[in-house]
Design a protein around this ligand. Sequence first.
Ligand SMILES: Cc1cc2nc3c(=O)[nH]c(=O)nc-3n(C[C@H](O)[C@H](O)[C@H](O)COP(=O)(O)OP(=O)(O)OC[C@H]3O[C@@H](n4cnc5c(N)ncnc54)[C@H](O)[C@@H]3O)c2cc1C
Length: 502
Amino acid sequence: MKTTSLSCSSLFIFLVILSCSSWPAQSHGHHDFLRCLSLHLQNNTEISSIVYTPNNPSYLSILRSSIRNQRFTSASNPRPHVIVTPMHESQIPAIVLCAKENGMQIRTRSGGHDYEGLSYRSKVPYVVLDLVNLSEITIDVEQKTAWVQAGAIIGKLYYKISQTSRTLAFPAGACPTVGVGGLFSGGGYGPMLRKFGLVADNIVDARLIDVEGRILDRKSMGEDLFWAIRGGGGASFGIITAWKLNLVTVPATLTIFSISRTLEQNATELVHRWQYIAPNLPDDLLILISIGPVNSSTGEKTIQASFGSLFLGGVDTLLQVLEQRFPELGVKREDCVEVSWIQSALFFGGYSIKESPQVLTSRNPQIRSTLPIIRFYFKAKLDYVQEPISVSGFEGNLYKIQQLAYWDESGAEASGTSISWVRKLYSYMTPYVSKSPRAAYINYRDLDLGVNKEGNTSYAQASIWGLKYFKNNFKKLVRVKTTIDPSNFFRNEQSIPLRYSK
Ligand SMILES: Cc1cc2nc3c(=O)[nH]c(=O)nc-3n(C[C@H](O)[C@H](O)[C@H](O)COP(=O)(O)OP(=O)(O)OC[C@H]3O[C@@H](n4cnc5c(N)ncnc54)[C@H](O)[C@@H]3O)c2cc1C
């Protein structure tokens, strides 16, 4: 499902850098849940190895193991009554039924990258269902398909595929630690989206556990629900346990480059020009831009635009295309490197292409990626730019053209300054971005767009953010939600509401 009707290639990402425990005890209330689990699961050994309550010495480390935004590690954040880390899909129906019976919500966590921490934070009593142990990947090279369990990270998927063939690949996201549970259910895009579309376009089957504890596949869930969980976000509909993917074929040799230009080196004009060129490049070629402050060679602060690129082919062809289409960028042969697909995944994951691809399989790699938002506090917003922004629009105040701020200081002051800066930028961008609705991307969740009341919310209220994330698809998502989860058990601050909720 396309989350919006916008062309993927018109997606314009501003990535600008703003340089700039004791948790509430919640040990009550979970005893009945545990009692219920012990009745439904086979034996107590099984339960003790997958259940963590606040009294368990590993509770905190398990909870924090997949918190990707440091904003949500502080003492003021709520903690779950229980964390459950099932070893098998067959254990999940009992967890759903026991949570339901005991008035607890479920927060399902795969990779933990939710921008607002909704996979492990809730104001009401809740269980974190952490799928970390469900990360098996099976690849059928002949059929060019793969089954991947929802707790796997995309880096592990990439690595496994690369072990079977140099020319098989999958077009998912850039950051290797992102979970397939969240990324895929929100639509998902990555460096090969121009050629192969969204992740959602390449999913051919799925397994989901519904509110009744039934384990459904594509056939038994039906096409509407299968559509909804590929772009509508998984959390509103149930627990996805696995995806079946169509793998794609790529050339044995791809080419990457990354070059940077500061304001003094014509960055503003290049970014302006890029808006006209990038959407019309051949599908084999993606050029992304990230913009951030740097120190110039004279030590002055300036702004730098970095152009990062992936070309599904060799360097000779790439240089010909760039010479014809974007000569102003001045890319030279020595800026380019020919790589395998898995090396391109290292590059976009923030690693040296000389690194062992195995580094992609780690949830907490010892070798640090240069991608900053895995390590820091951050707040992000996303806009779709449908019409190119004028040079004067950029020059209006280039320092403030940013959609993401990250910072490395804890405390309310640092976060307050950074978050308010992002909000100001969002306001500044208003005239230049999509309107009616001002579109957003569910995978870049932003609670500033609006939140449900604790519990249920009205259709009208949820439309405020629902239409921004899903445009006209919102109505169909509501219909599917009402059919599959009529009691609205699977809910969070921005979940899909029921059809008739007031
Ligand atoms: C560093 C970083 C890089 C990113 N790069 C990209 C990118 O290249 N492309 C892109 O499209 N997005 C990207 N994102 C956004 C990312 O797709 C979303 O944050 C996504 O939701 C993360 O999935 P997760 O499993 O890691 O997160 P989680 O926090 O585990 O889950 C996110 C949401 O999905 C729900 N969920 C998770 N698993 C399941 C499941 N099995 N069943 C039902 N519901 C589930 C959670 O409850 C939560 O609501 C990036 C985010 C970060 C922080």
